[in-house]
Design a protein around this ligand. Structure first.
Ligand code: GLN
Length: 543
């Protein structure tokens, strides 16, 4: 039997519903259950792919190439279960599917309505493909009370009846603000938020209450009474110093026990939380510290680099060090010419993914600084493209080298395949003759050159990594750039697309066309991040 846990949020946004859901999933996993996670987003965009990083934060890419909400990153990092396209749905996707069906005449002349047609479509996405799981956790984006999320809540309400109460549970995440003047945690916002849910026919079975201090017993009883839940089902979600402490903290508050009790499953035994204890210990008691400078351009909203920040933290766990992140807006270097001053304390430099010309020159300067000063460098996606441009300009005798992403250029060392591969011998080698031209999204295999640094880092020569980019390093420049000392150490299996470059003579300089941060887990740090931070540790000792 598959059990569904629906997770809603109330009072305010940004309470960490995604992490709370992921932590519950981790607890159920630690008890041996098979768990899948899903997210329903109430906005009208069909997916977040076209949204600005400032609006939405990171776009998380799945193996099957879906552009999804960043919470799916948390799900994967807490559970290790790889998400798929089916695990993130938006109002926009639901409506566009229903309207497409309407245009095809699938509704046979009927009036198409929110109830039942939209709600049926939502229920379909929730349950499809879940048979093999013990638990499916479904997070509803947004805050209860928003007009936008009503169809999702209605669908959940119906599912409770369709599947039965023994198979479904609703968990509501709220906030208990501490009011210093009154000297107490206030329960009224939680009461109001639960009333909002009750108004649409949903009675939560558990309240997860964000709070900066333990909930006194009388407050807990009060919440239980007013909100019509068991007092044991009022769980404190206490503030923690690291998100990876959430599973342990929730377990100590009795969350997983109460969920299992609700579903009539055994809950006396202790789950195996050793994985989380180890991670939390490594984070809380580091044996040293390194500074990593990240030269990007979405630094005004660090959610844009969510997986990257986590992967760097994982690299720190692997090396028992604290990783201090210094986020630098690359335009700063262009305007102030202060690169040496700004980067002098960095033990390692990273240029992450990005789009568009703004800030590109500053990123190129950062690559050059790292290369010339032998500072460990990791380039990711756009970061690799800029590393290649820098190499071509500084070492390859091509001062005009650039990416066609910024407009026409005499030396397109980075370009669209439709520009540089069309009609070339390379294309004949290309599997399926694929010219790209659209975004390369999702997991692709690559072959690493035996004996290269990157092959040594991975400990193998065949890898599969997730991509999200439209431009590619132009393979026609490979020979010319290799003469400068840059090594093309990873290629697509047909040998056409450059996927990894490195300078073998540098302390540690690796740039990759894919996004390794998307696959890193706290319990299984990605080898590139483990290696990068290890190089930073060496550099810190040298300094
Ligand atoms: N803008 C570049 C491209 O589309 C890089 C994208 C990225 O860094 N994710 O190819």
């Amino acid at each position: 039997m598959t059990r569904f846990v629906f997770i809603t949020g109330g009072v305010v946004s940004s309470l960490g519903k995604g992490i709370a859901s992921a932590a519950l999933a981790a607890l159920l996993q630690a008890r041996g259950y098979k768990v899948r996670m899903r997210k329903l987003d109430p906005y009208l965009n069909v997916d977040p792919g076209t949204m600005s990083p400032y609006q939405h934060g990171e776009v998380f890419i799945t193996d099957d190439g879906a552009e999804t909400d960043l919470d799916l990153g948390h799900y994967e990092r807490f559970t290790g279960v790889h998400a798929s396209r089916a695990d993130n749905t938006t109002t926009g996707r639901i409506y566009s599917d229903v309207i497409a069906r309407e245009r095809r005449g699938d509704y046979l002349g009927g009036t198409v309505q929110v109830i039942p047609h939209i709600t049926d479509a939502i229920k379909d996405v929730v349950v499809t493909g879940t048979d093999d799981y013990d638990f499916v956790l479904v997070e509803i984006g947004g805050t209860v009370g928003d007009i936008e999320s009503l169809p999702f809540l209605e669908a959940i309400r119906q599912l409770r009846n369709d599947l039965g109460h023994a198979q479904t549970m609703c968990v509501h995440l709220t906030l208990l603000p501490y009011i210093p003047a009154a000297g107490e945690l206030k329960t009224k916002p939680t009461q109001h938020s639960v009333k909002e849910l009750q108004n649409v026919g949903i009675q939560p079975q558990m309240l997860l209450c964000r709070s900066d201090r333990p909930i006194p017993e009388n407050e807990r009883r009060k919440i239980a009474n007013f909100c019509n839940v068991r007092s044991e089902a009022v769980i404190a979600a206490l503030d923690v110093d690291t998100i990876y402490a959430c599973p342990i903290s929730y377990h100590n508050e009795g969350m997983d026990q109460e969920v299992l009790r609700y579903f009539d499953l055994p809950y006396d035994s202790k789950p195996d939380l050793s994985r989380w204890e180890k991670i939390v210990h490594a984070i809380r008691e580091p044996e040293g510290e390194v500074r990593v400078a990240i030269v990007g351009k979405y630094t005004a909203l660090l959610d844009s680099y969510k997986s990257l920040a986590e992967a760097l933290l994982h690299g720190g766990i692997a090396n028992h060090v604290k990783v201090k992140l210094d986020w630098i807006e690359s335009e700063e270097f262009e305007k102030n010419g202060n690169i040496a001053e700004r980067l002098k304390d960095a033990d390692a430099i990273l240029v992450p993914g990005g789009f568009g010309e703004r800030g590109a020159e500053g990123k190129i300067q950062a690559v050059r600084y790292a290369r010339e000063n032998n500072i460990p460098f990791l380039g990711i996606c756009f970061g690799m493209q800029m590393a290649v441009v820098e190499c071509a300009r500084s070492l390859g005798g091509l001062p005009k080298a650039s990416s066609t992403e910024f407009g026409p250029t005499d030396e397109p060392v980075v370009g669209l395949m439709t520009e540089w591969a069309r009609g070339s011998e390379l294309l004949r080698r290309r599997e399926g003759g694929d010219l790209g031209g659209t975004m390369r999204l999702g997991a692709y295999p690559a072959k690493l050159v035996p004996g290269s640094r990157v092959a040594e880092i991975y400990g193998r020569t065949e890898i599969r990594e997730r991509h999200r980019h439209r431009w590619e390093v132009n393979a026609h420049y490979k020979d010319r750039l290799e003469k400068t000392g840059l090594r093309f150490s990873g290629l697509s299996p047909d040998g056409v697309l450059p996927e990894v470059v490195e300078y073998p003579d540098h302390a540690w300089f690796v740039a990759v066309q894919y996004h390794p941060e998307l696959l890193s887990k706290p319990f299984d740090p990605h080898p590139l991040f483990a290696g990068f931070i290890a190089a930073a540790v060496k550099e810190a000792h040298r300094k």
